[in-house]
Design a protein around this ligand. Sequence first.
Ligand code: GLA
Ligand code: ZN
Length: 675
Amino acid sequence: MQYPPIIRDFPRLLHGGDYNPEQWRHLKDQIWPRDMALAKAAGINTLTVGIFSWALLEPREGEYDFSLLDEVMDMLAANGLKAVLATPSGAKPQWMAEKYPETLRVRADRTRELYGNRHNHCLTSPVYREKVRAINTALATRYRSHPALGLWHISNEYGGECHCPLCQQRFHEWLARRYGTVDNMNRAWWNTFWSHLYTSFDAVDSPSPIGESSNPALSLNWRRFTTDQFCDFYRWEIAPLKAITPDVPCTTNLMGTYTGIDYFRLGRELDVSSWDNYPPWTGDARDARTLMETAFKHDLMRGVGGQKPFMMMESSPSAVNWQPINRLRQPGVLMLQGLQAVAHGSDSVQYFQFRKGQGGSEKFHGAVIDHVGTHETRVFREVQEVGKRLDTLHTLTGSAPESDIAVVYDWENRWAIDQAAFGHNRNQRYEETVCAHYRALKGLGYDIDVIDQTCALDRYRVVVAPMTYLLRDRYAERVRAFVDAGGVYVGTYISGWVNEDDACWLGGWPGPLKDVFGLWDEETDALDADQHNHFTWQGKAYQIDDYAALIHPRGAETLAIYDENFYRGYPVLTRHAFGQGTAWYIAARTGEDFLRDLYANVLTRAGLTPLVSGLPTGVDCASRVGDQGRFLFLMNGNPHAVALHLPACRRADDDAPLSGDISLAPWETLVLRTE
Ligand code: GLA
Ligand code: ZN
């Protein structure tokens, strides 16, 4: 599928990053021209400006000063660079906090924060919203026809929550809209429990360590509300931009699996999804797993943007400064990190940051230009290499991965399952489990989409949905229709336990999906780290960890049984023909060895063939398809060389033919064109 370039009339892979020339205004005659020369030398075509500039843009209330930003925008344009121009709401000026304390956030313990840090504004405050509307309007008006303006970057890393009285009031209105009457809410939330019946919506306080901290339905709905607050704030921010610059796309930078916001909901508001990618590269054997976990996050971030090309908005060109131990990148890892984003559908490789600040808390965070200030650094040379490679590969722009397989990762389900008290108490390892299933599938050499329970299923052949504890409204009906029409659906233990309000399905698990799976799941055993069960499937023995469900087939075929414990002989793996399709049920948590063997079988039966077969572990294989054909990426996350067998293809960089047995060096990335 071919999509238009993210920045209109700029059909290139974007390469650049966060740039804060305003921090160097006292030295601008010296530093700025050097920055432009270095950007050119590094093959950089895009810089993100203005993210934290509010105090300079509006030094006193209502008094705007765009002189510095004018110069920056003109400088970018003069150097052929596109600006990703930010709205400044990520950090407010001090005068605003002083004059309008209502703009400061209130924490869950009901203390109002002092001025400081960033990402700290109340999401409801009419004053803050008005200030944001005014400055966004002024920015759009000023730069509407500026040749550098390419994209709007809304705020920065939306996150957190506010518990102030204004937000509480909004929450009450939100609850009233959702439930209509207090009785409905009390019933849905099971509030007779502990005598927690509310007499009005206004009496409901947001979850707090000094108040209600143990009502799961309240917590779940507070998170839904917070997501709505961010979606609403985003819409508020873009309203003036859309009115004044309707052709300039808008995004905000997301954070992978950050739990605070349902990104599938926020993603629907964005013209293009973008995210900040900081894998914990360790420079050793652990990088293989890091690579596959990063693959999952890229596919997730593409998913929240509706599977279109997305943007890697930030990544570190070298060590970050906030991990417990901040290692330097091994040679080749920067290329791997950048091209992996592209492989999974990113049309950009952006860094945080372009130039290191002289002061402030991020002065030791990796940057393209170090304090030495020249091109003579290892990191700069590696960035240059990435720039050259992206330039060679620019015809990839607008192409996208196409997948027959989807893995379901759902924020609402995550919220519910993370707080649920049972088994491994409040530690169900949902993200890790979804990621394990993803890695098993990915390791077999297929492109994978990551979707949530609200996304369309009918475009896929196989849908894998681990631990769908909470079934969102109408999801079960859609799964039923999908399998009935011939789809292959794989579910697991801890599925179909609760409904949208976190109340248990009556009549047995997996709730409304019992007949699709052809079974009834009665109870679930929790095993500690020293306890295991085992089973054999197709002549091979596997181990069970953490969870073992006791299920009763009601039409499903038993493919493997437990070896031990009082439930020895109960099914651990079943398959059920339903309509034209098939539903598999994995009753216990297994290692990735089993998942890989199972999915090899499931996918072959579904008639799917991998991009490349026999991939060594720690090799990410992904492809993009567009008007220019198919591009295949092979990425080695291992600190050692690996051997591969390729179909006939050509190297995308220089069109050299390549086939048969090849070797990938440590952290090497190969880009190929195939038929
Ligand atoms: C985040 C922020 C940036 C910067 C980087 C550092 O992604 O958006 O402003 O703080 O982290 O890694
Ligand atoms: Zn608030």
